[in-house]
Design a protein around this ligand. Sequence first.
Ligand code: ARG
Length: 240
Amino acid sequence: CTALAVQARTLDDIKKDGKIIVATEGQFAPFNYFEGTKLTGFEVEVAELVVKKMGLKLEWKTLGFDALLTGLGQNRWDAVIASHGVTDERSKAGTFANPHYCSGGIIVAMDDKIRNAKDLTGKVVAVQTGTSYLENVQKIASIKDMKNFPTDVDARSALVSKRVDAWVTDRFVAKEVAAKNPTVGFKLGELVFVEQVASAVTKGNTGLADAWNKALAETMADGSYQAVSMKYFNEDVRCH
Ligand code: ARG
């Protein structure tokens, strides 16, 4: 360690303080978003259940998606929960907890002929910067162009205003957007890839990750996870 290095807070440090600091984005409904000034969403509620079982108070921070893992590496917060898919690249930067849901990136268009990766040939695709959607769309060599947006909501707007031909986002995000805006004409296509989604702690902070995993498993065993999942999705979104 250099003199300037800041150590991650251990589980003991956090327990002594009584409060864990968790960062999220707040612009990814129905997972993490604002209802007026109140931060809410499926994974916000799951985190609240988990932290309560850990016997801690929870202090939320909300930041741009891109800042979340960077700040974790700088120990500016103890954990992040913002629908991060578990990837090898991200695992180098942080330690993932066990997944709190399983999902995938889905193609959304206004034209029902754009359904799968092949149909994206010669098309312009919108994705949120820093996401697994970006990484996976990049692999589709036949696309004309990919446009990045600071939030997933901006990527969606680009589709609605026809600045792009398709938007790749989470399948549950897409389902909700389509259901809530039936007159807009969103057409849901196929999944481009699937992923496990998990919260993360500072790389190597395994004591904290273990405690989080134990509490998460309890919420999955006692019905409280399922109740929150049913409330948001009308199905249980845990990984099987
Ligand atoms: N699941 C995708 C990923 O792993 C998107 C996450 C976007 N999260 C957010 N809060 N906007 O990158």
